[in-house]
Design a protein around this ligand. Sequence first.
Ligand SMILES: *[C@@H]1O[C@H](CO)[C@@H](O)[C@H](O)[C@H]1NC(C)=O
Ligand SMILES: *[C@@H]1O[C@H](CO)[C@@H](O)[C@H](O)[C@H]1NC(C)=O
Ligand SMILES: *[C@@H]1O[C@H](CO)[C@@H](O)[C@H](O)[C@H]1NC(C)=O
Ligand SMILES: *[C@@H]1O[C@H](CO)[C@@H](O)[C@H](O)[C@H]1NC(C)=O
Ligand SMILES: *[C@@H]1O[C@H](CO)[C@@H](O)[C@H](O)[C@H]1NC(C)=O
Ligand SMILES: CC(=O)N[C@H]1CO[C@H](CO)[C@@H](O)[C@@H]1O
Length: 596
Amino acid sequence: MKQILLIFLVVASVAIAQDKDWWETANFYQIYPRSFKDSDGDGVGDLKGIISKLPYLKELGVTATWLSPILKSPQVDFGYDIQDFFNVDEIFGTNADLALMFSEAEKLGIKIIMDFVPNHTSDKHEWFIKSVERDPEYINYYVWHDGKPNPEGGRNLPPNNWQAVFATRAWTWNEKRGQYYLHQFAAGQPDLNFRNPKVVQAMKDVLSHWMTMGAAGFRIDAINHLFEVEDFRDEPLTGWTNDTNNYGYTHHYYTKDLDETYNMISEWRTLINKFNEDNPGNTRVLFTEAYANLTFTMKYYFDEAGKPRAHFPFNFLLIENLNENSSANEFKTKIDEWFAALPAGATSNWVLGNHDKPRFGSRYGTERIDGMLMLLLLLPGVAVTYNGDEIGMLDYRYGISWEDTVDPQACNTNDPVNFVWASRDPVRTPFQWDATENAGFSTANETWLPVNDNYRSLNLAAQREDEDSFFKYYQRLSTLRTNKVFQNGDFKSHAFNDKVFSFQRTYQNETYVVLINFGSAPYTVKVNDMGVNFPEKAEVVVGGSRSCNKAGDILDSNAITLKAYNAIVIMANSASAAVSSLIILIAGFLINRFFN
Ligand SMILES: *[C@@H]1O[C@H](CO)[C@@H](O)[C@H](O)[C@H]1NC(C)=O
Ligand SMILES: *[C@@H]1O[C@H](CO)[C@@H](O)[C@H](O)[C@H]1NC(C)=O
Ligand SMILES: *[C@@H]1O[C@H](CO)[C@@H](O)[C@H](O)[C@H]1NC(C)=O
Ligand SMILES: *[C@@H]1O[C@H](CO)[C@@H](O)[C@H](O)[C@H]1NC(C)=O
Ligand SMILES: *[C@@H]1O[C@H](CO)[C@@H](O)[C@H](O)[C@H]1NC(C)=O
Ligand SMILES: CC(=O)N[C@H]1CO[C@H](CO)[C@@H](O)[C@@H]1O
């Protein structure tokens, strides 16, 4: 009996130990500030606009937000080309607005993560200007090279065969300095030289500054391009194309995913941990963005000695590896692979979309939005929602003309017909708040990108009035994810047939089952076929936005029919739950009696 009590105590203490830090179960929301809410009528979103909408985030059950770049920038790449790491761009407002945002968000219990873009600066940055002038302090802030002698005479040739991601050579000649500089993206975005300790320190100062101002952490952009090999050797050719400007012309073994990059993350983590120790309060966190394979992605969690690097690297599985045609088995295999690769003690995360990728509603089809949101919000770990995805906003793919196109990735194609699929503008159109002019985003005559013309029917205001809307459905799911079963529970997946994917989350005596039909054919499942021990009566906890099943419906777990694209969450019916809780209660009582 004493042993039973001991086990009881151990179980109880494990339960307490499993209380997680805020970020481990956070519901993150990515705001693209240009398109969220315009407060001053210039057609571009701004910080005051975001502040006015913070209560909306609270309503959604969002606990933290990450903002795409808001720092001073010539906006050649919409803020991913930073000119001043310490000041907000006037398009978005002032440093005072940002301070106000931090304090208003804190009142609502919402944390704010900033985007940190270390891969390069703008060529307008004073560091670059001084580096061009060979100012001794800044002379090696960037990656400079004389180039190779030109056998035909004249100006030297670029040092090697590297390409930039934006389909040019990676080297641009600077007339004034008389050297080439390296840029892995646009020519206006020179790469910082992270082999220079002064640069390393300068960027650490940026992190410390914004944490002091109130940032809850950073999302680090394009991190895998941070370092290149020191000897600048040629990359091996792929043989896919003879176009020396094409990013596919060479492999990128010497310009991507280098070990030095991971070590820099370790240094930043050390800095953040130190800051957390010196400034108790909410843990400040670090996320990394890198489109890399599973092996490289997992290296962002811990170093070889088990020391933490990023709190998590974004998991792009639902963007890159699964799609509208994936079978239930593919969902199972990919998701299981992710968990198998996840290091012990690491926190998982799920991302459906962002400002660089087509919206998930367009990729997977509107009919699968319910199922995908269930994956996002109910799989173990962190969830990251891209603004607008919670109301099912769609790409404005064919609505933006060549004349209205502003994304450099599209403009660089110089192709007024085929730019359409290269463009990220369709994903970045203004948030659809209501059915008024400009979808309630702005009072301007013209917005920086056109508003999707589906806004008169697809908008938040309309969804507030509709119990079956995506908005209401998202709210139900985000509430459910705060349940301890979804915060701490085990996970097990199952494919019932080609299209019906399911998983269970179990914690202590409670089991929830998520059933998703990704196909158009109805299918009837017997819940216990997925290896759970479910009672006969199953209670619907959340039904999809278009589901005929409503919360509280009691179903026969031996035969649950999922209609086309139906998605539901069920739990053991409370009548049987009551019996099991009574048993636990009596057991606890007996143990107590026996020992007192
Ligand atoms: C590249 O050029 C070579 C020689 O002209 C040719 O044989 C080869 O087919 C070309 N490769 C591609 C991918 O175009
Ligand atoms: C990722 O790429 C590296 C280098 O190409 C390779 O060694 C590794 O096996 C790959 N991992 C996976 C999971 O494909
Ligand atoms: C899915 O299948 C359809 C029909 O074969 C095809 O048109 C579509 O391109 C596929 N989608 C993806 C993402 O592969
Ligand atoms: C908006 O359009 C109206 C009517 O065409 C015009 O009078 C006004 O000056 C315009 N406002 C701005 C800010 O361009
Ligand atoms: C699980 O146990 C808790 C606490 O004893 C109880 O409140 C709850 O109803 C039980 N749930 C189920 C599904 O048995
Ligand atoms: C994609 C990436 O690697 N990160 C950023 C680095 O810079 C480019 C160019 O500004 C951005 O587009 C990327 O998002």
